[in-house]
Ligand binder design. Structure first.
Ligand SMILES: *Cc1c(COP(=O)(O)O)cnc(C)c1O
Length: 217
């Protein structure tokens, strides 16, 4: 099936209030435009340099989220390009985002990435450290914490991801209780094979790549 059909099928299956993020790493400008013309209004990129190359061809027609691993020396460019950074997992990066946002006179929206599988070598803050990180981020002036994101471990059967989404949802509910649901709004979970389960567990942003664009080159 083509990109436009995939987008339309996924969009028509989303409950109200759930946003589709098209994960566009390694996809061409033409492929991305086909998705946009079929209804995509939010894209996620994993690499700052790749996003910077694509940006002039797409611009503000869509919202841009950063979903990759952010290095400190890329923060300035990331703050310029992205509306939201979904992968904040340490205070040093949050402080750098704050500093760069201040210089640009803007506020950058962020999500905290949770290492829901507690895998040592993977990105994301450990679940038990999440509230402390949220508290530190909350005190920054030019960064606005808006929720949580998780990848979860690689699983054989999609259903096996559910406990990791549940765990992230529990932390999300704690954050909402502490900071208010008018502030903590986004729970970004679920990819091509797992987005339906993620929605059942409370996700309101699902990040889909292969399900829209086909297998990665
Ligand atoms: C690539 C990517 C996705 C989409 O993955 P698919 O399996 O292609 O749907 C979602 N989230 C992140 C962080 C990604 O890097």
């Amino acid at each position: 099936m083509g990109i436009a059909e995939n987008v339309k099928r996924i969009l028509s299956g989303l409950p109200p209030g759930v946003r589709l993020l098209a994960a566009t790493k390694s996809r061409t400008i033409e492929e991305i435009w086909e998705a946009i013309n079929a209804g995509v209004d939010l894209i996620g990129e994993n690499y700052v340099q790749e996003a910077a190359k694509k940006y002039p061809h797409i611009g503000r027609r869509v919202e841009w989220h950063f979903i990759g691993h952010l290095q400190r020396n890329k923060v300035k460019k990331a703050v310029e390009l992205f509306d939201m950074i979904e992968t904040v997992d340490r205070i040093e990066i949050a402080r750098e985002i704050d500093k760069r946002a201040k210089q640009l006179g803007k506020t950058t929206f962020v999500l905290i990435e949770i290492n829901s599988g507690r895998e040592p070598q993977k990105a994301g803050v450990m679940p038990k450290e999440a509230l402390k990180l949220a508290d530190e981020i909350w005190s920054l002036e030019n960064v606005k914490l808006m929720g949580l994101m998780t990848m979860g471990p690689r699983v054989e059967n999609a259903e096996d991801i559910r406990p990791y989404f549940k765990l992230t949802r529990e932390i999300f509910d704690e954050l909402r209780y502490i900071y208010g649901d008018e502030n903590i709004r986004y729970l970004s979970m679920g990819m091509t094979d797992t987005w339906r389960i993620a929605i059942e567990e409370g996700a309101n942003i699902v990040r889909i790549g292969r399900g829209i664009f086909g297998p990665r080159p």
